[in-house]
Write a protein of this length. Structure first.
Length: 133
Protein backbone atom coordinates (compact mmCIF):
# COMPACT_ATOMS: atom_id res chain seq x y z
CA UNK A 1 0.00 0.00 0.00
CA UNK A 2 1.30 3.43 -0.92
CA UNK A 3 1.28 6.11 1.80
CA UNK A 4 2.56 9.65 1.99
CA UNK A 5 6.19 9.90 3.00
CA UNK A 6 6.50 13.22 4.83
CA UNK A 7 5.01 16.67 5.21
CA UNK A 8 6.70 19.10 2.82
CA UNK A 9 5.01 22.43 3.44
CA UNK A 10 1.98 24.27 4.76
CA UNK A 11 0.51 27.14 2.74
CA UNK A 12 -0.98 30.40 3.95
CA UNK A 13 -2.38 32.92 1.49
CA UNK A 14 -1.73 36.55 2.38
CA UNK A 15 -2.47 39.98 0.95
CA UNK A 16 0.78 41.72 1.94
CA UNK A 17 3.54 39.26 1.15
CA UNK A 18 6.52 41.43 2.16
CA UNK A 19 5.00 42.49 5.49
CA UNK A 20 4.28 38.85 6.32
CA UNK A 21 7.73 37.61 5.24
CA UNK A 22 9.32 40.34 7.37
CA UNK A 23 7.27 39.25 10.41
CA UNK A 24 8.27 35.58 10.10
CA UNK A 25 11.92 36.49 9.49
CA UNK A 26 12.37 39.18 12.14
CA UNK A 27 10.01 38.02 14.88
CA UNK A 28 10.34 34.24 14.59
CA UNK A 29 13.77 33.90 12.95
CA UNK A 30 12.65 31.88 9.92
CA UNK A 31 14.86 31.82 6.83
CA UNK A 32 13.73 32.41 3.27
CA UNK A 33 14.40 29.17 1.38
CA UNK A 34 13.19 30.24 -2.05
CA UNK A 35 10.89 32.63 -3.89
CA UNK A 36 9.21 32.44 -7.29
CA UNK A 37 6.07 33.13 -9.31
CA UNK A 38 3.85 30.12 -10.01
CA UNK A 39 2.49 29.24 -13.45
CA UNK A 40 -0.88 30.79 -12.52
CA UNK A 41 0.71 34.02 -11.27
CA UNK A 42 0.91 33.52 -7.51
CA UNK A 43 3.89 35.11 -5.78
CA UNK A 44 5.34 32.41 -3.50
CA UNK A 45 7.87 32.59 -0.69
CA UNK A 46 8.99 29.44 1.13
CA UNK A 47 10.28 29.85 4.68
CA UNK A 48 12.28 27.36 6.71
CA UNK A 49 12.40 26.96 10.45
CA UNK A 50 15.84 26.08 11.83
CA UNK A 51 15.63 22.51 13.05
CA UNK A 52 12.75 21.46 10.75
CA UNK A 53 12.56 20.09 7.23
CA UNK A 54 9.01 21.27 6.53
CA UNK A 55 8.53 24.63 4.86
CA UNK A 56 5.90 27.34 5.22
CA UNK A 57 4.67 28.63 1.89
CA UNK A 58 3.35 32.18 1.84
CA UNK A 59 1.27 32.88 -1.23
CA UNK A 60 0.05 36.20 -2.59
CA UNK A 61 -2.59 35.85 -5.31
CA UNK A 62 -4.60 39.08 -5.58
CA UNK A 63 -6.78 37.66 -8.37
CA UNK A 64 -8.57 35.55 -5.73
CA UNK A 65 -9.62 38.63 -3.75
CA UNK A 66 -8.70 39.68 -0.22
CA UNK A 67 -7.75 37.10 2.39
CA UNK A 68 -10.32 36.59 5.16
CA UNK A 69 -8.92 34.47 7.96
CA UNK A 70 -11.59 32.98 10.18
CA UNK A 71 -10.81 33.35 13.91
CA UNK A 72 -9.34 30.22 15.51
CA UNK A 73 -9.38 28.31 12.22
CA UNK A 74 -5.69 27.50 11.93
CA UNK A 75 -2.32 28.32 13.43
CA UNK A 76 1.34 27.42 13.25
CA UNK A 77 3.09 26.15 16.38
CA UNK A 78 6.80 26.56 17.10
CA UNK A 79 8.93 25.29 19.97
CA UNK A 80 10.90 27.86 21.96
CA UNK A 81 13.45 27.31 24.72
CA UNK A 82 11.84 29.86 27.05
CA UNK A 83 8.53 31.72 26.77
CA UNK A 84 9.89 34.29 29.21
CA UNK A 85 12.94 34.98 27.01
CA UNK A 86 10.79 35.05 23.87
CA UNK A 87 8.46 37.54 25.57
CA UNK A 88 11.46 39.83 26.13
CA UNK A 89 12.38 39.45 22.44
CA UNK A 90 8.83 40.48 21.50
CA UNK A 91 8.98 43.50 23.81
CA UNK A 92 12.21 44.69 22.13
CA UNK A 93 10.27 44.61 18.84
CA UNK A 94 7.33 46.51 20.36
CA UNK A 95 5.15 43.38 20.40
CA UNK A 96 3.55 41.26 23.10
CA UNK A 97 1.77 37.96 23.52
CA UNK A 98 -1.89 38.07 22.53
CA UNK A 99 -2.62 35.21 24.97
CA UNK A 100 -0.50 33.70 27.72
CA UNK A 101 1.96 32.51 28.61
CA UNK A 102 0.09 29.69 30.34
CA UNK A 103 2.51 27.52 32.30
CA UNK A 104 2.11 24.04 33.76
CA UNK A 105 3.84 22.81 36.94
CA UNK A 106 6.31 20.70 34.90
CA UNK A 107 7.67 23.86 33.22
CA UNK A 108 5.84 23.42 29.93
CA UNK A 109 3.78 26.27 28.60
CA UNK A 110 2.09 27.89 25.65
CA UNK A 111 1.55 31.42 24.44
CA UNK A 112 0.19 33.02 21.28
CA UNK A 113 1.11 36.00 19.14
CA UNK A 114 -0.85 37.55 16.30
CA UNK A 115 0.83 37.33 12.91
CA UNK A 116 -0.10 39.60 10.01
CA UNK A 117 -3.30 38.95 8.07
CA UNK A 118 -5.17 37.54 11.10
CA UNK A 119 -3.18 34.34 11.49
CA UNK A 120 -2.13 33.19 14.94
CA UNK A 121 1.19 31.67 16.02
CA UNK A 122 1.48 29.35 19.01
CA UNK A 123 4.75 29.13 20.91
CA UNK A 124 5.42 26.06 23.03
CA UNK A 125 7.96 25.63 25.81
CA UNK A 126 8.62 21.97 26.54
CA UNK A 127 8.51 20.78 30.14
CA UNK A 128 11.00 18.76 32.12
CA UNK A 129 9.54 15.54 30.73
CA UNK A 130 10.00 16.79 27.15
CA UNK A 131 6.27 17.24 26.67
CA UNK A 132 4.53 20.42 25.65
CA UNK A 133 1.06 21.54 26.65
Amino acid sequence: MSKVKKLLHTRYRVDDLERTVTFYREVLGLEEARRHTSARGSELVFLKTPGSEELIELCCFPAEGPVKVQPDLTHLAFEVDSLEDFGRHLARLGLKYSDGPHMDPDGSGIAFIDAPEGYEVELIQMGKSGAGC
